[in-house]
Design a protein around this ligand. Structure first.
Ligand code: CTP
Ligand code: CA
Length: 224
């Protein structure tokens, strides 16, 4: 087990983590999804448990596996399912880290039957999903709230905007311009921006090591 200060720094703390993509149903056999592997969120869950925290890991569909006495995995499918599961647990936790790649849009109507290829084109109408992270920023009391930002341009500016708009304590910027970074692979390169204005740039590392850096940052800020 990880043991930074000669003890388990997160013992007695409870952490909620979201991970993976969401799947938005189109009909009984089809969905809109994304390429998130869930790896980053699962690594954050493992690192949290190794530091002594009790973990609620709310995950969309992934191939990730974890088995740890301190990790309770709550599987969900859609953005709406994830919203409900997160709100069921949020008032019991000390820290929430929302790393899931939640769909921003979902089909307005789900067909009960498989859609047949009757015509040459198909138009789907999509409506906005609820922003889970922003909804927690609105209701949080003492929870330390951490979000992610996936950006391709104006990265720092956009991430700072999300930190403020969603009332976060910390945001993890994932720049898709950095090689080896993002939500698909085994490595990541991230920048931490906190609500005191501290910016920490990190080098490219394994997602397991990024998770440890993130938890160290959270622990440092909680204690500050
Ligand atoms: N998020 C969420 N619920 C949503 C959409 C996003 O909880 N419906 C969270 C993600 O888990 C992430 C953060 O919001 O922690 C930022 O996600 P991102 O896609 O980078 O930003 P958005 O606010 O969705 O804005 P946009 O995609 O337009 O950049
Ligand atoms: Ca989004």
């Amino acid at each position: 087990e990880q043991d930074i200060l000669g003890k388990l720094p997160l013992r007695g703390k409870k952490i909620l983590i979201t991970a993976g993509p969401t799947y938005e149903a189109i009909d009984p056999v089809r969905f809109i999804g994304n390429h998130s592997s869930g790896k980053m969120g699962f690594e954050i869950a493992k690192a949290s448990a190794n530091l002594g925290a009790e973990v609620v890991l709310i995950s969309g569909p992934t191939h990730q596996k974890v088995s740890h006495s301190l990790i309770n995995v709550v599987p969900v499918v859609s953005a709406a399912d994830m919203y409900n599961a997160v709100h069921e647990h949020f008032n019991t936790v000390d820290v929430a880290v929302l790393s899931a790649a939640v769909a921003d849009f979902t089909p307005k109507e789900v067909s009960n039957q498989k859609i047949k290829k009757k015509s040459d084109t198909l138009t789907l109408e999509l409506g906005r999903t609820k922003d889970i992270l922003a909804s927690l920023g609105d209701i949080k009391t003492s929870q330390y709230l951490v979000g992610f930002a996936l950006e391709t341009n104006n990265e720092l500016e956009n991430a700072k905007g999300k930190l403020k708009r969603k009332n976060l304590n910390l945001i993890v910027l994932n720049s898709l311009n950095d090689k080896g970074a993002g939500f698909k692979g085994d490595t990541n390169k991230v920048t931490f921006i906190d609500d005191a204005g501290n910016i920490t740039e990190n080098s490219l590392k394994s997602k397991a090591d990024v998770a440890i850096d993130l938890l160290n940052k959270i622990i440092e800020n909680i204690h500050a």
